[in-house]
Design a binder for this molecule. Structure first.
Ligand SMILES: Nc1ncnc2c1ncn2[C@@H]1O[C@H](COP(=O)(O)OP(=O)(O)OP(=O)(O)O)[C@@H](O)[C@H]1O
Length: 577
């Protein structure tokens, strides 16, 4: 590094600071490469010269000198012409030599520019072959590296013109601020675009690197500088732009998975939003279908989807969970949620899994715990998981006590196994929507009331509730903020291995008689789990495969611990009340 000399009597300033920086920064720089880089940068001669000039200029700033003239360069030029014809003395020859030096010429030109305060860049001359009516053509030069340009283009159906359809937020074109949606593209790198298809132009752009020159006619649409909206959504479906025939430009699409958190950066276009995956380091947005568009597409596919849903649910309803533990396989038993009777044939948009607006949430200390909803096919091990949680921390976890209209047995106590109420009171409570879920078995009602969930939560406990998946959506309120865990069976082979000695309720009586699992039980468990996941998967926040019980339980405990202590995404509506 060159020595940094400062003049005697020099005021300490930027120059000294620059000289001291490398040694002062050294303790904070770990890698030798970074150190060398800093030494080189701060030792760079041109940087020192600039600082010196800056310091000199500062001295003049106080005296505020004004230029005597602003045409020094042309004056010098005229003087040279005048003197050249004359028989010269030694002084004249010296003056001529001095004024013809490029450095002096440049100095005088710069002097004039400063005197005139003419700091705007000079635009390159317009190409000669411009038509007269092309007076609003703009020549734009962008330097592009390997990243895409970040713009989509289309052909205008009426005029046939090639237009910039949209500028992707954070992309190269957006950052340049030079190209705008609505601009008409005339040429790319001297290649006329009027006879090209948009895809061909995209290809030319993709293949270009370094400086790209565009000839554009600026669009008339006034650009309203939009403040980047901070909208975050959770994706409730998987999306792959490569599989989407409707997307205007597959390369500009953003692939995501169900459960991904997307930062929506622009909703200017009603059909295609611009988004990026939250936490992704790239500033560039990609195209995703808008909520409305995705809903429309879903509605068009709806007849098939509905048919599949009904078939699956009627065939497999026996495999779905009964939270209040009636017999597991009694086909005569009824099982309803308070909302089922209201279910109409009307198409409910809220059921269409598209996006859900979310926000970050962290449980304030002392606030109620989120309800923990456990979902899974019967026999998968939910009771086992709940039991283990209750044993390991009975002060922290609790379960709701169900209601029944059956008579109390001698060994039972009211409010322990069940709340025992009369049939007429049970029916009145059904009528008043007090039960989140209820059913009838051998002439008696069984059910879980919303108040029994509230009672656990109000004791500052984590309420564990296993329920049929169609009930989840009715629990998704600001009050309960349910954390939905789906417990999934492993493969039939693994079930065979792990559940050799495990027993399940037979459902022949309500005395809790058990039997060993059959091959049919395993198959039904796996099929039911698949059906649950495909219909309700977008509502599951955590999926745990219950293969090895200890591992699955460990995973559940960790997930519950995290949800209690850490910040996570929840629907915005849950934080507004
Ligand atoms: N990972 C596992 N490995 C071996 N056995 C298991 C595992 N998980 C659960 N079991 C056993 O499987 C049986 C059924 O589990 P559990 O009663 O918890 O199921 P469930 O999902 O509550 O079903 P149901 O709704 O029919 O009561 C129990 O005997 C339980 O101990």
């Amino acid at each position: 590094m060159p020595a940094l000399a400062t003049g005697a009597g020099h005021e300490p300033g930027l120059y000294e600071l620059l000289a001291a920086l490398p040694s002062q920064l050294q303790p904070h720089v770990s890698s030798p490469e970074d150190n060398t880089f800093l030494q080189d940068m701060f030792g760079e001669r041109s940087l020192h010269s600039l600082i010196k000039i800056h310091e000199r200029l500062q001295h003049y700033e106080e005296t505020k000198p004004v230029p005597v003239l602003d045409n020094a360069a042309s004056l010098a030029h005229n003087l040279c012409e005048e003197l050249e014809g004359r028989p010269g003395s030694g002084e004249i020859r010296e003056l001529l030599k001095l004024l013809s030096k490029p450095h002096v010429k440049s100095l005088l030109t710069i002097h004039d520019m400063v005197a005139l305060k003419s700091y705007d860049p000079e635009l390159p001359p317009l190409p000669d072959d411009l038509d007269d009516d092309e007076d609003s053509v703009k020549i734009i030069r962008l330097v592009k590296n390997k990243e895409p340009l970040g713009a989509t283009i289309m052909r205008d159906d009426h005029t046939g013109a090639i237009l910039v359809a949209r500028i992707m937020r954070g992309g190269a074109a957006d950052r340049s601020g030079l190209i705008h949606a609505g601009d008409e593209l005339k040429e790319v790198n001297g290649i006329p675009t009027d006879d090209k298809k948009p895809e061909e132009i995209i290809r030319i752009l993709a293949q270009s690197q370094g400086a790209i020159t565009f000839k554009v006619v600026p669009g008339t649409k006034a650009e309203t500088p939009t403040k980047e909206p901070k909208v975050f959504v959770k994706a409730l479906f998987d999306y792959d732009p490569k599989e989407d025939s409707a997307i205007p430009c597959k390369e500009a699409g953003l692939a995501f998975k169900k459960g991904s958190i997307l930062h929506i950066m622009s909703q200017d276009d009603a059909t295609w939003w611009q988004a990026k995956i939250e936490g992704d380091a790239s500033p560039r947005a990609g195209l995703v279908p808008s909520k409305q568009f995705q809903e429309r597409r879903f509605a068009m596919r709806r007849p098939v989807a509905t048919l599949q849903f009904h078939r699956a649910s009627s065939k497999r309803s026996s495999g779905f969970r009964r939270s209040f533990r009636l017999s597991r396989r009694d086909k005569k038993k009824t099982n309803k949620s308070m909302y089922e009777s209201k279910k109409s044939e009307m198409y409910d948009m809220a059921d269409v899994p598209t996006y859900e607006e979310v926000t970050q949430y962290r449980r304030p200390s002392g606030a109620k715990h989120r309800l923990v909803v456990l979902i899974g096919p019967t026999g998968v091990g939910l009771a086992e998981m709940k039991r283990k949680l209750l044993i390991c921390d009975p002060q922290h976890f609790g379960v709701p006590i169900p209601h029944t209209s059956r008579p109390k047995k001698s060994q039972e106590s009211d409010g322990v196994e069940y709340h025992f109420i009369s049939k007429s009171l049970f029916e009145a409570d059904i009528h008043n929507n007090k039960f989140i879920e209820y059913g009838e078995y051998k002439g008696n009602y069984y059910g879980t009331s919303l108040d029994s969930l509230r009672s656990v939560v109000s004791k500052n406990k984590v309420c564990l509730f296993d329920v049929q998946p169609h009930v989840i959506k009715h629990l998704r309120t600001a009050e309960f903020k349910p954390f939905v865990v789906f417990v999934k069976p492993p493969s039939v082979e693994r079930l065979r291995d792990t559940r050799k000695n495990a027993k399940i309720l037979t459902g022949k009586d309500d005395k809790g008689s058990t039997k060993l699992f059959t091959e049919e039980d395993f198959e039904e468990m796996v099929i039911t789990a698949q059906s649950m996941e495909s219909q309700y998967g977008h509502l599951f926040e955590k999926v745990i495969v219950n293969d090895d019980l200890t591992a699955a339980f460990g995973e559940l405990r960790l997930a519950l611990k995290k949800i209690e202590a850490e910040t996570h995404w929840v629907p915005v509506s849950w934080t507004h009340s």
